[in-house]
Design a protein around this ligand. Structure first.
Ligand code: NDP
Ligand code: GDR
Length: 383
């Protein structure tokens, strides 16, 4: 038997944050990587453009297919064509707040989408060949039942997103038990990176910090500053996805750092990276963050004009439009099972993650600064 046969992976959601990191990771491991991308009116492959291969080339190990998790016949056709050894189902309407505006679509893509993948594998007779990873989430825990949250903690979802993902979780367990499939849930806590979507809170903060430092934006408007999240780095988390599918037995795993931090403290840490010290005062909707000190050595090193950083200036304000109808107050994961069984150890700490994100956004915003100096209009999106 040839034990070195090249493995084939299919990644749904390949254009997203995790899809991009996972594709890179699997290509380095020697996989042939197929990805599902949606048709859009503009190019939507920014995060994977560095992996792109000319479709006319005779040999390729990175191949994209148009598709959508809401379209069964398309998924069946692609899975039949690709005959994957591993499917990573990462595609989803992944924004919790947006799921309150688009609950039915979110249920379709995030809940029934998982079923469509599992059932395609079953109908095509690939149950013994294809292993499936389902992107489950710490949002399943929702209203706090116990801390830290582990594989045994009861679920209490608090958004249409989380309810849809609850279906995805259980249908994965059910297909594993009913049809003896190698199908697993990774219950991943929040993970971020320089390519995190711009409307998730960490990236929104690091982009704003860079813009404020360069004088391109005045204020950052945020919602619930007291929410606590267990933030890790996406690079570490995609490795865990792969490890989950390499085990003898299909099981579900919590992937987390075990450290939790408030949004407020994330803001403080991000501003500190560019030499700005923030103090918060006021309560609830009246809470604000004001510059109380600046570190001129850091500002000089980063080439940030000191006159942009005005002591006493309010740079953070609460805007209730970012509150959620039902919130998840506290997430902190217990990754013991992943550490013991998978040997998974994250390499990044939160300070390392914050630094990498702020550095990257500072570099990106330099381009905007250059355009502004050239007389071009800079657009500020406050989403
Ligand atoms: P992103 O939002 O960055 O990426 C989502 C991906 O799904 C994009 O490629 C998007 O395509 C695609 N997509 C959305 N809807 C559909 C659809 N109907 N059909 C096909 N593709 C679709 O998410 P992340 O990379 O951060 O997360 C990956 C997965 O992990 C998601 O399922 C998310 O819910 C889950 N998760 C994420 C966590 C995190 O902290 N990042 C934590 C726990 C779970 P397009 O680029 O065209 O929009
Ligand atoms: P989350 O991530 O909802 O945990 O879902 P997000 O970054 O959107 O919110 C984290 C916390 O920050 C609070 N918050 C704000 N959030 C956003 N987006 N914008 C704001 O202005 C703002 N102000 C405060 C939120 O209320 C929340 O408490 C992410 C997604 O990646 C999901 O797909 C994934 O399943 C979970 O993480 C684990």
């Amino acid at each position: 038997m040839d034990t070195h046969k090249t493995k084939i992976a299919l990644i749904t959601g390949i254009t997203g944050q995790d899809g991009a990191y996972l594709a890179e990771f699997l290509l380095k491991k020697g996989y042939i990587v197929h990805g599902l991308k949606r048709r859009s009116s503009l190019f939507n492959t920014d995060r994977i453009d560095h992996l792109y291969q000319d479709p006319h080339a005779s040999k390729r190990n990175f191949i994209l297919h148009y598709g959508d998790l809401t379209d069964s016949s398309n998924l069946i056709r692609i899975i039949q064509e690709v005959q994957p050894d591993e499917i990573y189902n990462l595609a989803a309407q992944s924004h919790v707040k947006v799921s309150f505006d688009t609950p039915e679509y979110t249920a379709n893509a995030d809940g029934i989408g998982a079923l469509r993948i599992l059932d395609a594998v079953r109908l095509l007779g690939l149950v013994k060949k294809t292993r499936i990873y389902q992107a489950s989430t710490s949002e399943l825990y929702g209203l706090v039942q116990e801390v830290p949250q582990s594989e045994r903690t009861p679920f209490y979802p608090r958004s249409p997103y989380a309810v849809a993902k609850l279906y995805g979780y259980w249908i994965t367990v059910n297909y594993r038990e009913a049809y003896d499939m190698f199908a697993c849930n990774g219950i991943l806590f929040n993970h971020e990176s320089p390519v995190r979507g711009e409307t998730f809170v960490t990236r929104k903060i690091t982009r704003a910090v860079a813009k404020i430092a360069l004088g391109l934006q005045e204020k950052l408007f945020l919602g619930n500053l007291s929410a606590q999240r267990d933030w890790g780095h996406a690079k570490d988390y995609v490795e865990a996805m792969w490890l989950i599918l390499q085990q003898q037995q299909p099981e579900d795993y919590v992937i987390a750092t075990g450290v939790t931090t408030t949004v407020r403290d994330f803001v403080r840490m991000a501003f500190a990276e560019v030499g700005i010290e923030i103090e918060f005062s006021g309560k609830d909707t009246f809470e604000k963050g004001v510059i109380i000190d600046r570190d001129e050595e850091i500002l000089n090193r980063l080439n940030i004009p000191v006159e942009h950083i005005k002591l006493g200036q309010t740079v953070v304000k609460v805007d209730p439009q970012y509150f959620r109808p039902t919130e998840v107050d506290l997430l902190i994961g217990d990754p013991s099972k992943a550490k013991n069984k998978l040997g998974w150890i994250p390499k990044y700490t939160l300070p390392m993650l914050v630094k990498e994100m702020v550095d990257n956004d500072l570099q990106l915003m330099r381009k905007e600064e250059y355009l502004k100096k050239g007389g071009f209009t800079i657009l500020n999106y406050f989403e």
